[in-house]
Design a protein around this ligand. Sequence first.
Ligand code: PMP
Length: 405
Amino acid sequence: MFDVQSIRNDFPILSQKVNNHDLIYFDNGATTQKPQVVIDTIVDAYTKTNSNIHRGIHTLSQTSTNLYEQARRTVQTFIHAPSDKEIIFTKGVTESLNLVAQTFSEAFLKEGDEIIVSAMEHHSNLVPWQMVCERKKATLKFIPFNHDGVLDIEAYKKLFTTKTKFVSVVHVSNTLGTVNPIKLLIDIAHEHNVPIMIDGAQSIQHCPIDVQALGCDFFAFSGHKIYAPTGTGVLWGKEEWLEKLPPYQGGGDMIKTVSLEKTIYNELPFKFEAGTTNYVGAHALGTALRYLMNIGIENIQKHEAELMAYATQKLREIPQVTIIGNAEEKAGAISFLVKGAHCADVGMILDKQGIAIRTGTHCTEPIMTYYGIPGTARMSFALYNTKEEIDYFAKILSKIALMFE
Ligand code: PMP
């Protein structure tokens, strides 16, 4: 049974008032709130078990190491990875994407080669590729999308040439809410023998992920968008690829032996985890994922799909509101415009009523350029949101829409 009220009780931040109103938190695409179990994990770690991992023989260090490696296995289970060696802890999806862009291009990209991304990428899956393409004199190509915010698959197929070396695409657009057909995108890339990475920043918290069933080569996500602390993230990669890539950063833990002349790198996953990692954060990420597995990610998906449908309907009932992104399959986020109003003004007025949404470009400036708009207002959902919150939001938004008419 999915009981949203009891879930809400797990999130202490939700019961406060903001600007003298009950907080309605619709900014989950930017970051999610944390359940008490995750907060407790962090407090417990610093009050009971804190010690640096992997290099201590004393009890605390071993406990801390065990908790870290247990979290790695939890991530493995959560995304159905075949091996925990393939789970790299990072500080977030941005670092995961940069890691692959830099190490892959260092090893495999040469002048004249081509990389494919979509035109709806978050800047963190665009700028790293621009940087490496500039450095290597390679070309970045873009999968276009149509006015509904749907990728053009026929155009994607035509982008491949013998020079295509890598594809990196977002699973769910943080701005348009579009759920991209990644299985299809993966299969097409593989028909051309090209590896593909999925930016799962906005999918991991909304739908079940099975990296083996998907068949992608890399999958990346951030912890803070899935009820875990900031500064945590994951890169999953197929072992064969991770073995082939050079290390990302040098330092402690990523080495097997070091002499003044030469270093032998550590095995996976440690080869990519240089220095002291955010091991307390990783441990709390494990707690967050176990919390979600207890509730059932399919139950969360169903609840959020109902919220998306309900909110879409409510927004459509306000004549001055236009939804940006009308793909058939959407998850997590709805972007919209209010006639005559700047999105920042809409956000500020909602805030006065205790409603938190995000406004602006959402780190997807090319999407704004495509639609010829400066930004959007975006509401984005989590497992603890309710239809009552949407009702209240819609009531206030209707008033705002009339004000600006
Ligand atoms: N990709 C997508 C689709 C996102 O929504 C975000 C965060 N808004 C990122 C990447 C970057 O995430 P982070 O800042 O946690 O690294």
